[in-house]
Ligand binder design. Structure first.
Ligand SMILES: [Ca+2]
Ligand SMILES: [Ca+2]
Ligand SMILES: [Ca+2]
Ligand SMILES: [Ca+2]
Length: 272
């Protein structure tokens, strides 16, 4: 089986420290992130089958950056569309860490302008939000500025929301956000978005295509669906060159390490 199953415990060790973030410093869109594995709201729970994760930053994060990070991972900020979903999302927020300064960002915002502060609250897909779980006195503010929505620490027990200015520079020092995937890109079946696996070194991505390499068959140099003598011949044919297909370990040159990789992966590329 090409697929390597990875236990969540290993992932948590990899993600649970700032050391993990430092290892991926070149990914400028995730400067200081400590995500947790995703959780599915299953049909057995009368859920929608979507996947959710709460992401905590060591530093305060703007709503816009939170959304950019969520999108970069293949999802978006959570769209909470009824009280049942609100309760499910709230169940993921038991750790006080997520309530630092205020509750986590969700996918609801309102651009400056419009006819009144009570209108124009929009989900990430551009549709107007409904069944909004506003806390007492919310939403508040003026129509001249952008607003973003988060769980309210002041009304945490009631699972209510509040609106704030979107940026940490304006006094909203929120550190966390909730994201949602309609379906989770999870080829290695560890309940964690494969992009996060790659980001934190749980999975390798030698070819940089965003797919964990354990789900792929790089040694199949001729893309035939199996690793066999023809792949050996491809490697030998391109020996000393940079490809196009024989550099199966992506070190920049076709050579002995590629030949060994082909021999090691000998057989079908099919997963079991
Ligand atoms: Ca995964
Ligand atoms: Ca890959
Ligand atoms: Ca082949
Ligand atoms: Ca190579």
């Amino acid at each position: 089986m090409m697929m390597r199953r990875i236990q969540l415990g290993i992932l948590m060790i990899g993600l649970g420290t700032t050391t993990g973030a430092a290892d991926v410093g070149e990914r400028c869109w995730v400067p200081d992130v400590d995500p947790v594995p995703s959780v599915q709201w299953t049909s057995a729970e009368n859920g929608n089958g979507h996947w959710y994760a709460v992401v905590h930053n060591d530093a305060a994060i703007s709503w816009e950056l939170a959304r950019a990070q969520a999108v970069a991972r293949g999802g978006d900020l959570v769209s909470i569309t009824d009280s049942a979903e609100n309760a499910f999302v709230f169940s993921l927020l038991a750790d006080d860490m997520y309530w630092e300064h205020d509750g986590p960002w969700i996918g609801l915002s309102r651009e400056a302008g419009g006819t009144g502060i009570s209108s124009g609250w929009t989900l990430p897909d551009g549709t107007l939000g409904s069944n909004l779980q506003w806390g007492t006195g919310c939403p508040s503010g003026t129509i001249e500025v952008d607003w973003s929505v988060h769980f309210s620490v002041a009304q945490r027990a009631e699972m209510k929301w509040s609106n704030s200015l979107p940026g940490p520079q304006t006094g909203t020092h929120i550190h966390s956000y909730v994201m949602e995937w309609d379906s989770l890109p999870d080829c290695n079946e560890n309940q964690t978005d494969d992009l996060i696996d790659i980001l934190y070194g749980v999975s390798e991505d030698m070819d940089g295509d965003g797919q964990p390499d354990e789900c792929q068959c790089h040694a199949d140099a001729d893309d035939s669906g199996s690793v066999d003598i023809l792949d050996v011949l491809s490697v030998l044919d391109q020996w000393g060159e940079d490809g196009p297909s024989g550099d199966v370990d992506y070190d920049g040159v076709v050579g002995l390490s590629d030949l060994l990789a082909v021999l090691q992966a000998w057989g079908s590329c099919e997963t079991d």
